[in-house]
Ligand binder design. Structure first.
Ligand SMILES: Nc1ncnc2c1ncn2[C@@H]1O[C@H](COP(=O)(O)OP(=O)(O)OP(=O)(O)O)[C@@H](O)[C@H]1O
Ligand SMILES: [Mg+2]
Length: 239
C-alpha cells in the first residue's frame, strides 16, 4: 500500500511569549487606541451585559457573528476581549474560528501561526497554538492553516472537546466566525457555545436579514445573548 503523504504545514508553531512586546493598536481597536472614548465605553457596556448574564462567573464561550461579511465581527471580538480583560482576574482567549477569512492576528499586528484548524486536525497541541499578547489577561489562538473542510472540522466532536479544554484555561473564550447567512460555521459553533453576540452594522444589513440570522442561529441550538451595533452614532447596544 502506498504510504500516505503528509501535507506539509506552511505556518510555523507559535511561541507562547512572542507577541508580548507587540503593542495592540489601530484606530478601530478603541479599547487600546482611545480607552476613554465613547466607543470604548460602549464596548464596556456590552461587556457588562455579558458579565451580568453570568453572575456566578463561570467560564463562558461566546460566538461573535453577523449576517453578512464586513459588519465588524473581528474588531468587536478584540474590543470585547480587551474590555473583559479590564476586570481583575479575567483571562480571555480571542479564538479565530473564521477558517474562510481569518482576521484576528492581522488586526493585532501579529504573524499568522498554527492555530485552531491545526488543533482540530490533530497536528498542533492546544498549548502550542496559544500566544499571550501585550495586554495582561488577553491571549490569542489564530485560525491556523486554512483547511478545505472548515465545517467538518468545526462541527466535529473534537471541537466540543477543544472548547471544553479552553474553558478550563480561560474565563471567556470569544469566538470570531464567518458571516452566518452564507456560511453555516457560526451556527454550528453557536450550537455548542454558551452564547452568541450578533454584530449588526447599521445601514448595511436589512432588518429581515438580521431576523433571519437570529432565527437560524437559534434553530441550531444557539443562545443569542444580544446584538452589538456598529457603524452608528450609538455604536453598540445590547438587548
Ligand atoms: N467599530 C468600528 N469602528 C470603525 N470601523 C470599524 C468598526 N468595526 C469595523 N470597522 C471597519 O469595518 C471593516 C470590517 O471590520 P471587521 O474586519 O471587523 O469585519 P468582519 O465582520 O470581521 O469582516 P469579515 O466578515 O470579512 O470577517 C474594518 O476594516 C474596519 O475598518
Ligand atoms: Mg472578520
Amino acid at each position: 500500500m502506498a504510504k500516505k503523504t503528509i501535507q506539509p504545514t506552511t505556518l510555523s508553531q507559535a511561541e507562547p511569549d512572542e507577541a508580548r512586546d507587540v503593542t495592540i493598536k489601530g484606530d478601530e481597536l478603541s479599547l487600546a487606541s482611545d480607552p476613554r472614548g465613547r466607543v470604548a465605553e460602549q464596548f464596556r457596556g456590552l461587556r457588562n451585559s455579558v458579565v451580568a448574564l453570568n453572575p456566578e462567573g463561570a467560564p463562558r464561550s461566546v460566538v461573535l457573528t453577523s449576517s453578512v461579511a464586513g459588519e465588524g465581527k473581528t474588531i468587536a471580538t478584540i474590543n470585547l476581549g480587551l474590555a473583559l480583560a479590564e476586570l481583575p482576574g479575567t483571562e480571555v482567549l480571542l479564538l479565530d474560528a473564521n477558517l474562510h477569512s481569518p482576521g484576528i492576528e492581522e488586526k493585532l499586528g501579529l504573524p499568522r501561526r498554527q492555530g485552531l484548524a491545526d488543533v482540530l486536525s490533530g497536528s498542533c497541541p492546544i498549548d502550542s497554538a496559544i500566544r499571550a499578547t501585550s495586554v495582561g489577561g488577553v491571549h490569542v489562538m489564530g485560525a491556523g492553516n486554512l483547511p478545505d473542510n472548515p465545517s467538518q472540522l468545526l462541527g466535529s466532536e473534537r471541537m466540543r472537546t477543544v472548547l471544553g479544554s479552553l474553558k478550563r484555561r480561560f474565563t471567556y473564550v470569544l469566538i470570531d466566525t464567518p458571516e452566518a447567512l452564507r456560511i453555516s460555521d457560526a451556527s454550528l459553533i453557536g450550537g455548542i457555545a454558551d452564547g452568541i453576540v450578533l454584530v449588526v452594522r447599521l445601514g448595511l444589513t436589512p432588518r429581515h436579514q438580521v431576523e433571519q440570522t437570529h432565527n437560524t442561529l437559534e434553530a441550531l441550538g444557539g443562545n443569542v445573548l444580544g446584538t452589538c451595533l456598529t457603524g452608528a452614532e450609538e455604536e453598540n447596544s445590547y438587548d
